[in-house]
Design a protein around this ligand. Structure first.
Ligand SMILES: Cc1cc2nc3c(=O)[nH]c(=O)nc-3n(C[C@H](O)[C@H](O)[C@H](O)COP(=O)(O)O)c2cc1C
Length: 325
C-alpha cells in the first residue's frame, strides 16, 4: 500500500502494528519477526531497567533493518532515560502507552522526540484522550476499544470508538482491539482508520516467547471467557477467567473500596509475569487477552500470520464493490 500514510510515514510494507505487550514483546523475538514481515514490531521495555532496554533495542536492530518502535509510559520515573535511549539509539518510532496518569509529562516528551526525528504514536481509549494527543501534534493515534487484551481505560467497544476518534481528530488513526484476522483489518479501514493494531493474535506466533500454557489457554478460550478485573483501581484489565480473576472480582464486590483497590493492586502486580513467563495460569497468574480469543485457534509463524492477514484484507477490499451490485 504505497499511498497509505501509515506505510509511508513509518516506512513499513503493510499498515499493521504489533501492539506492545509486556512480557510478550519485551525482547526482540516477536518484534523483529513482525518488522521483518512488513509490519511494525513494538518493544514493551518501559518497566525494566533502562540498561536492559538498551540491550534489547540493540538486539532488535541487529535482528532487523526495518523500522520498529519502543513503547514508553510517561509516568514511570525512568522515562527520561528511556527517551535518551530511544533518541541515542535512533529508534524510528516511540509509542506512548495510554494510562490515566499519562498526561503529567507528555507535552515535553513529544517535543523532544519529534525534535529528534522520532515518529510518535500514542494509544487512546477514549475520544477525550485522543483529542489531547491530537493537540500535541503526534503522528498517529491508536484508538483502542475495551474489547482488546490488557489494560482497559474506558468501556467503549472498538466498533464505536474508532469512527468517533476518526471524526474528533485530524491526526491519522490506527484501529485496535478485537482485530484477529483480515476481516478486522478491512473493517478498521472502513471505519476510517488508516491502519490496524493487533495484540492477542501475535501472542500465538511461534516467535512469541509466551509460555506454552498461556498460548494453549488462549487457543481453548471462547469469546465469553474473558473478564475485566480491577475496575475500581482505575487500572482495569481484560484477562481470561480463572481462579485469580474470580478472587479479584470477589474483592471488588465485597471489600470496602479503598481496601479493594489496595488488595487488587497488590495481587495483580506480577500476575502477568506468572502467567506469560512462568506458565502458572490458574491461581496466581493472569492470561491477558482480548475477546478476540474465540477467533484465535492456531499456531503459526509471524510470516504466516502476516501473509494470511494481508491476503484476507486485500481480497475483501478488492471485492467490496460487489456488495453494492
Ligand atoms: C498480554 C498483553 C499485554 C499487553 N501489554 C501492553 C503494554 O505493556 N502496553 C500497552 O500499551 N498495551 C499493552 N497491551 C495492549 C496491546 O498493545 C493492544 O493494544 C491490544 O492487545 C489490542 O487488542 P487485541 O488484543 O484485541 O488485539 C497488552 C495486551 C496483551 C494481550
Amino acid at each position: 500500500m504505497t499511498n497509505n500514510i501509515v506505510c509511508e510515514k513509518l516506512g513499513i510494507k503493510y499498515p499493521i502494528i504489533q501492539g506492545p505487550m509486556a512480557f510478550i514483546s519485551s525482547d526482540e523475538r516477536l518484534v523483529t519477526a513482525v518488522s521483518n514481515a512488513g509490519g511494525l514490531g513494538v518493544l514493551a521495555v518501559a518497566f525494566g531497567p533502562v540498561e536492559r532496554a538498551i540491550q534489547i533495542i540493540r538486539k532488535t536492530k541487529a535482528g532487523t533493518d526495518k523500522p520498529f518502535g519502543v513503547a514508553i509510559m510517561p509516568f514511570i520515573p525512568t522515562t527520561p532515560q528511556l527517551l535518551d535511549a530511544i533518541i541515542g539509539e535512533k529508534v524510528p518510532v516511540a509509542y506512548i502507552s495510554t494510562h490515566p496518569r499519562l498526561f503529567d509529562n507528555v507535552p515535553g516528551f513529544v517535543e523532544r522526540l519529534k525534535g529528534a526525528g522520532v515518529t510518535v504514536m500514542a494509544k487512546a481509549c477514549a475520544v477525550s484522550e485522543a483529542i489531547t494527543f491530537d493537540k500535541l501534534g503526534i503522528d498517529f493515534i491508536v484508538a483502542k476499544g475495551y474489547d482488546g487484551g490488557g489494560h482497559v481505560y474506558s468501556l467503549t467497544g472498538s466498533l464505536v470508538l474508532i469512527p468517533q476518534v476518526v471524526d474528533a481528530v485530524s491526526t491519522p488513526v490506527i484501529g485496535a482491539s478485537g482485530i484477529g484476522d483480515g476481516r478486522g483489518i478491512a473493517a478498521a479501514l472502513m471505519l476510517g482508520a488508516k491502519g490496524a493494531e493487533i495484540g492477542s493474535r501475535f501472542i500465538l506466533a511461534n516467535e512469541s516467547p509466551a509460555h506454552e500454557n498461556f498460548k494453549k489457554a488462549i487457543i481453548e478460550a471462547k469469546e465469553t471467557d474473558t473478564v475485566i478485573t480491577g475496575l475500581c483501581t482505575g487500572e482495569a484489565c481484560r484477562q481470561l477467567k480463572n481462579k485469580l480473576s474470580e478472587r479479584l472480582l470477589k474483592m471488588e464486590k465485597e471489600l470496602p473500596e479503598e481496601e479493594a483497590i489496595k488488595e487488587i493492586m497488590t495481587i495483580s502486580m506480577g500476575s502477568l509475569f506468572k502467567g506469560a513467563v512462568e506458565g502458572e495460569i490458574q491461581d496466581q497468574g493472569a492470561v491477558l487477552v482480548g475477546q478476540v480469543s474465540g477467533l484465535l485457534n492456531k499456531r503459526q509463524s509471524v510470516q504466516e500470520i502476516m501473509d494470511e492477514l494481508v491476503s484476507e484484507y486485500t481480497e475483501l477490499l478488492r471485492n467490496a464493490p460487489k456488495l453494492l451490485e
